[in-house]
Design a protein around this ligand. Sequence first.
Ligand code: AMP
Ligand code: MG
Length: 402
Amino acid sequence: MTGMIPASEALAQILNAAQPLTDTEMCPLIQAHGRTLAAPQLSPLDVPPADNSAMDGYAIRHADLDSSGAELQPFVISQRIPAGHVASALEPGTAARIFTGAEIPVGADTVIMQEQCRTEDNTVYIPADVSPGNNIRPQGQDIRQGAEVATTGQRLTPQTLGLLASIGIDQVPVLRRLKVAILSTGDELVEPGRPLKPGQIYNSNRYLLAGLLDKMGITCIDLGRVEDTPEATLQALSRATLEADVILSTGGVSVGEEDHVKHAVEKLGELALWKMAIKPGKPLAFGRVGDTPFFGLPGNPVSAFITFLLFARPYLQTMQGLTPLLPQGSQMPASFKRPRKSIRQEFVRVKVTDDGKMETHPNQSSGVLSSTSWSNAMAIVPVDTTISEGDLVQVIRYDQLF
Ligand code: AMP
Ligand code: MG
């Protein structure tokens, strides 16, 4: 009915057009958080590089204990090995004082934690019933030499940076950063910090999109506000193609006479304009300006937010060399009802609380940006479906999307 297309169909077309970046660069490891790895990383060494002590205690050769003898057996302390210092071979029949992380001396095979021992002058009394190999972290226990610790297309998390550092890597090949131009169309828009005149509102989409791009590790080329005229629209779009890999605009994609984006993009490239069967966020434009991919998101900030998450985000992730996350979310009992079926799939702004309950923002209008700031998840109402409170619905948390 009315030429609307399902979100899944639009997404499939959009992702079909997405080409990952191929330019790579070397990046110092300390700056590589959030970047996409461009080549597999193999370990040049075992981690840990040698057997070392998991405890502060005493290292001995287990065979030196007399298991049929006294409960506590005396050993002369023949050396002291703090972490980072090189040990000599263990003198037979003695113990080495050893600290966590210190390499096990040649000849020792067991560490007894200090709490289980008693010391007197230069002698340590060690319990006879310890097991051989205790409290030793064996060489290569974490990573074997030659093992792949990270792979192409992986987004570098803090944990992976730590892991790469542990194998001695100080620079990594990464895809270059994606550059996305954002522009906000609308004569009514004013930047925060200036007084509002009659008829004006503040430009919120610019800040919303800049934040979303930042979260994705994308460089934002901020082209500010664009007047509702054909000339200004053509000019801003042409300028955006000079630097950006992708252009995102908001507003101006309905079919009113003040909506100039559609015509401008058609003039400079090509455009598909979809009425999508989703709520909020009905109009979405996708195409190219020259060769630069273009998204025309709706002007309503809530619709801009939802369509960014559903369509722009996976497209941009693909360009970033990532496999777009399409989280399944989880099923939860609905905290709202929808007694009437709709031909549009609805994304309800909800809050999932720490104790696993759902609350619904009372105003789901696409003009109410408070609902997106208040919520931490969206609950999905499928087309042609009625929902009673307590019915299971699919819920995707915003933090699952990045
Ligand atoms: P449009 O798609 O241009 O007709 O805009 C739809 C609605 O969203 C209108 O009420 C606009 O005033 C509003 N809008 C458009 N762009 C922005 C923006 N950048 N910030 C806040 N509201 C906007
Ligand atoms: Mg407008």
